[in-house]
Design a protein around this ligand. Structure first.
Ligand code: ACO
Ligand code: ZN
Length: 431
């Protein structure tokens, strides 16, 4: 469903090297690495770690790495399917592949870690190397190698393949740590209002007959046309907050799942009609953040992606910061899509101001006007090459033609937040 098909445009990296070329490029031949396993031609079952070409849903072959394998029900002792990571793409496209999707003539078993280090002369783990091969994927660089390895090992295979939510069936992207009693199903059924999840459709149908919610719990703080935003306090609505985190983790890779939802507020964006308020996406926000985070996690559900809701949620988080009289920044690491959305948002907001502004303007003034943190302004302008350092000061170089060009490249503006429709006061601890 949704974003998976449209992804390759802006998101996928293109090292484009076939597996063999990659290994050869690393210089690790059998003689050099002291006999680490490399073999051509596929004896089955394939080992975990094997690199091979695999036919993807676009009908073309792409390099993959075997992450896991499992025996097929009722198959012979050699009948396996393989959980593969497409090394050119984000982990959300990892999937179980059948043997017939794999081109066994292209099999290349991975070199072992020590040999690889020796061959490249670098003390890198395979995962780090993979990260470097996929330089487009943001969001891992803040994690040290050990945490990254642990994270990838623990979450390597998606547990839930699809969910049903409201009128959508949605393919999931990543592992989410549902309680053990859900480990024997690959599909979950969510109540779209209270977000309780069930193993069977009949359970959901029974639930829907008695669930009396028609919108997220909490306060409606924004309504404009058919769009509403609800603020849910994790302390007052613990189960809802936890359900939302389980759901969101299916689409967020490098995020810790917080069980302590008490510390968070959740802002739920809904499209409303006569059947109720249907969740489109959300962001969470710590009640108190020492690092001036104004957003912890953000998600647009896949059926609603690329329609401007993500930028709406980002804009909304900054409107809340403005009302608090604070600057804000999203919690790191940002995902690849999170990074694209934020870059697009920051570019648009800052360049719109620069275009209209007559005379000099400082980073501080830009920050005061937008609630965007100084560092994010500097990095956005630096990325666009609009910043020069003269006589110990940053100077913004804002040629109108250059600004127009960047604005065009920054994509669409996203849905507008009409601040006059926001009725909200900042969070205050009660009692
Ligand atoms: N391929 C290429 N570019 C994309 C894609 C994609 N599949 N999806 C979004 N973008 C880029 C585009 O530049 C797009 O602008 P454009 O459509 O004008 O070109 C921009 O991101 C944002 O588009 P929106 O429609 O406003 O955003 P959307 O509703 O799709 O939501 C979001 C963006 C929230 C990041 C969504 O992709 C998502 O939920 N992803 C999964 C969860 C995630 O990664 N969240 C961020 C984690 S970081 C954090 O939480 C702090
Ligand atoms: Zn319900």
């Amino acid at each position: 469903m949704g974003a998976i098909d449209s992804e390759r445009g802006g998101v996928a990296s293109c090292n484009g090297k076939p597996p063999a070329a990659e290994a050869a490029g690393g210089g690790s031949t059998e003689a050099e690495n002291g006999g680490s396993q490399q073999r051509k031609g596929g004896a089955t079952p394939l080992e975990v770690g094997t690199r091979v070409m695999c036919r993807w849903r676009d009908g073309k072959f792409h390099p993959v790495k075997v992450i896991e394998r499992r025996k097929l029900h009722g198959g012979g002792h050699n009948d396996y399917e393989y959980y593969v990571h497409y090394t050119e793409f984000n982990r959300r496209l990892d999937e179980w592949a059948k043997l017939e999707q794999l081109d066994l003539d292209s099999v290349w078993t991975d070199v072992d870690e020590k040999a690889e280090e020796k061959a490249t002369g670098l003390k890198m783990t395979r995962h780090q190397k993979r990260k470097i091969d996929e330089t487009h994927v943001e969001g891992h660089e803040e994690l040290d190698a050990a945490s990254l390895r642990e994270h990838e090992e623990f979450t390597k295979v998606k547990n839930i393949a699809t969910i049903e939510l409201g009128r959508y069936e949605i393919e999931t992207w990543y592992f989410s740590p549902f309680p053990p009693e859900y480990s024997d199903v690959s599909k979950l059924y969510f109540c779209e209002f209270c977000l309780n999840f069930m193993k069977r459709k009949e359970q959901l149908q029974r639930h829907m007959r008695k669930c009396d919610l028609k919108h997220p719990p909490g306060d409606e703080i924004y309504r404009c046309g058919t769009l509403s935003m609800f603020e849910v306090d994790g302390k007052k609505n613990k189960v809802y907050g936890q359900n939302l985190c389980y759901l969101a983790k299916l689409f967020l890779d490098h995020k810790t799942l917080y069980y302590d939802v008490d510390l968070f507020l959740f802002y739920i964006l809904c499209e409303c009609d006569d059947r109720g308020c249907h969740m489109v996406g959300y962001f969470s926000k710590e009640k108190h953040s020492e690092e001036s985070y104004n957003l912890a996690c953000i998600l647009t559900l896949p059926p609603y992606q690329r329609k401007g809701y993500g930028k709406f949620l980002i804009a909304f988080s900054y409107e809340l910061s403005k009302k608090e009289g604070k600057v804000g920044t999203p919690e790191r690491p940002l995902s690849d899509l999170g990074n694209l959305s934020y870059r697009g948002y920051w570019t648009r907001v800052l360049l719109d101001i620069l275009k209209k502004h007559k005379g000099n303007i400082s980073i501080k003034e830009l920050s005061d006007m937008t609630a965007i943190k100084n560092e994010d302004i500097l990095s956005t302008l630096q990325n666009l090459d609009l910043l020069q350092y003269r006589k110990g000061q940053h100077v913004i170089c804002a040629d109108p033609k250059v600004l127009d060009r960047h604005l065009k490249a920054a994509g669409r503006g996203g849905l507008e937040v009409d601040v006059s429709k926001l009725i909200w006061t900042p969070y205050k601890e009660q009692g």
